[in-house]
Write a protein that binds this ligand. Structure first.
Ligand code: FES
Length: 156
């Protein structure tokens, strides 16, 4: 697995040069590490800490605050179903159970074939179409059990 130093050192230098201080570079460097390493490995977090001068614990704290940053390997399709109030009152609990049963995994887990990772998230900002989910960042609203099945069946 490549490191930032091996695969993206020029991009890292550009980020450090562009932003006013090393601390403010932590988010774009974490994003760079994610894209370089595939997920935020412990080594990648240490590398960001070394680049920014922040402690490894601080960098891990920043990374774990933002749910978009993967602290574990993810499957080919990252499913995030919204768990917040608009989605909740429009059926999210039943849809969450359906996804768990259909995929045979719990939230935070990946299917054994590496195809799907399942997570629940707070509001996706699409409450008018609740209940919602996103897969690899693409949003789907007005979900029903049937619609979820159709969406998952349409994935290669
Ligand atoms: S509560 Fe689900 S998108 Fe806002």
């Amino acid at each position: 697995m490549p490191t930032i130093a091996e695969a993206a050192v020029e991009e890292a230098r550009a980020i450090l040069h562009r932003l006013p201080n090393r601390h403010s570079s932590s988010i774009p460097l974490l994003y760079l590490a994610w894209k370089t390493c595939g997920w935020l490995t412990p080594a990648a977090l240490d590398e960001v800490a070394a680049l920014t001068g922040l402690s490894p614990a601080t960098v891990e704290g920043i990374a774990s605050f933002y749910t978009m940053f993967p602290l574990h390997p993810r499957g080919k399709y990252h499913i995030e179903i919204c768990d917040n109030i608009s989605c909740y009152i429009n059926g999210a609990p039943d849809l969450k159970n359906h996804l768990r049963n259909k995929l045979g995994i719990e939230f935070g887990q990946t299917t054994p074939d590496g195809r799907f990772t399942l997570d629940h998230v707070e509001c996706l900002g699409n409450c008018c179409e609740a209940p919602c989910m996103q897969i690899n960042g693409k949003e789907y609203g007005g979900l029903t059990v049937r619609k979820i099945d159709e969406i998952l069946d349409s994935l290669d």
